[in-house]
Design a protein around this ligand. Structure first.
Ligand code: BMA
Length: 338
C-alpha cells in the first residue's frame, strides 16, 4: 500500500524483529517469546492479557496479574525498552471521583489509551457481575476510578484514542456472567466519559470463518489511518475440546466507526506454539495493545494461554493489505444510523 497515512509514534527502542525468511503471514512472533513467564514476581502466578503504552520516552503497562488466590487484579509496571518490565507486586491503588479510597475486588483484560492529555484504562470489573470499568490518570501516580461504563454484563471495553464527532467512543462486547457462548462488538459514545449512549452494532461473530464463529471482542485500542481505524480483535471458536482464541483484523470508517469497511475472513494469529496451546487455559491468543512506530512497524502485545505475555510484529501497510485483500462483506444494512 503506497502513501498510506497513519498516526505513529517516534519510539527509538521499540521491541522489534524483521519478518523471518520464509514466513508469509502478515504477523510474526517474537523469537524470545514469552516476554513474561510463569511466576514472574513473588506471589503472582501469571501475568497475561495486559496493556502497554509508550509516552514521551517511557513505557507504561497495566497488567492483569493473578496471585495465588487466582483472583485477577490490575498492577502497574514500567519498562526501559518494552521488553523487560518492573511490575509492582501489589495492585493499583485507586480513589473515586470524590477522592475516597476505592479498590477493586477484581480487574482484568485492561486496555490503555491516551485521549487528549489523560490516560484511560478500560477493563473488566465486578458490578453485580462483570462489566466495563474506567480508570483515569494523568501521571501514572494518581489513579481515579470513574463511573462504570455499563451495567452488567459486558467485557472487552476498548476506547478510541481520540474523540470522534465531538464524543468519546468505546467498543464493547455485551456478555453473560460466565464464559459467554455468544458475542458481537458494539459501539457507544459519550460527551464526558460518564454518560454513554447512541449505541450501535459494529460487527457480528461469524462471518465466513469458523475461527470467529462463537464470539468476537475488540483487542488493542483502534489505530488511526487514512483508510480507516485498524481494529485488531479476538475471535473465538467452540470445539469439542473447548474455546480457541485467535486474532483477526478489520477496518472501521474513520468518522462513523460502527461501519465496517473491511474484515479479513482469515485470522492473523492463532494458537500454534507451546506457550499458546498449553497453559492455564489452552489455545488462547488475546491481543490487548499495539504500538505503532511512525515508520510503520507495529509491535503487538498479547496474552498467551492465560499464562504468559508475548509479542508479535507486523507493519501497518502489510496488515492493512492483508485485511483488504481477504475482506468479506459482513453485517447488516438495516441498522439505525448506518
Ligand atoms: C475470556 C476472558 C479472557 C480469557 C479468555 C480465555 O472470557 O476471561 O481474559 O483470556 O476468556 O480464558
Amino acid at each position: 500500500m503506497k502513501n498510506l497515512k497513519f498516526k505513529g509514534q517516534n519510539i527509538p527502542n521499540m521491541p522489534w524483529e524483521d519478518r523471518p525468511e520464509g514466513i508469509k503471514s502478515p504477523v510474526w512472533r517474537y523469537s524470545q517469546n514469552p516476554i513474561i513467564k510463569r511466576n514472574p514476581i513473588d506471589k503472582i502466578s501469571r501475568i497475561f492479557n495486559s496493556a502497554v503504552i509508550y509516552d514521551e520516552g517511557r513505557y507504561y503497562g497495566i497488567f492483569r496479574a493473578e496471585n495465588h488466590s487466582t483472583l485477577p487484579k490490575l498492577h502497574f509496571g514500567i519498562s526501559p525498552d518494552g521488553l523487560n518490565w518492573q511490575i509492582e507486586s501489589v495492585p493499583l491503588e485507586l480513589i473515586d471521583e470524590a477522592g475516597r479510597k476505592n479498590n477493586l475486588y477484581y480487574g482484568y483484560d485492561p486496555r490503555l489509551a491516551k485521549v487528549e492529555d489523560k490516560f484511560y484504562i478500560t477493563f473488566c470489573t465486578d458490578f453485580y457481575g462483570p462489566t466495563i470499568g474506567l480508570i483515569e490518570t494523568a501521571d501514572f501516580k494518581t489513579f481515579v476510578r470513574r463511573e462504570n461504563v455499563y451495567i452488567p454484563f459486558n467485557r472487552n471495553g476498548v476506547l478510541f484514542p481520540r474523540r470522534i464527532n465531538g464524543n468519546y467512543q468505546i467498543l464493547s462486547r455485551p456478555s453473560d456472567n460466565g464464559h459467554t457462548p455468544f458475542g458481537d462488538i458494539f459501539l457507544s459514545e459519550s460527551p464526558d466519559l460518564t454518560y454513554w449512549g447512541r449505541h450501535r452494532h459494529v460487527m457480528e461473530r461469524g462471518g465466513t470463518g469458523w475461527w470467529q464463529g462463537l464470539k468476537i471482542g475488540a483487542g488493542p485500542n483502534p489505530i488511526e489511518t487514512d483508510i480507516g481505524w485498524l481494529l485488531l480483535y479476538h475471535g473465538v471458536t467452540n470445539t469439542c475440546n473447548g474455546y480457541v482464541y485467535s486474532m483477526g483484523g478489520a477496518v472501521l470508517d474513520i468518522n462513523q466507526p460502527s461501519k465496517v469497511l473491511y474484515r479479513s475472513k482469515y485470522y492473523l494469529l492463532t494458537p500454534e506454539l507451546d506457550y499458546e496451546v498449553a497453559g492455564f487455559v489452552a489455545n488462547v491468543v488475546f491481543p490487548c495493545s499495539a504500538l505503532l512506530h511512525q515508520d510503520g512497524r507495529m509491535t503487538i502485545y498479547y496474552g498467551a494461554a492465560d499464562t504468559y505475555t508475548a509479542l508479535a510484529f507486523s507493519r501497518i501497510d502489510l496488515i492493512l493489505d492483508f485485511i483488504i485483500e481477504n475482506s468479506e462483506r459482513v453485517g447488516s444494512d438495516h441498522e439505525i444510523g448506518k
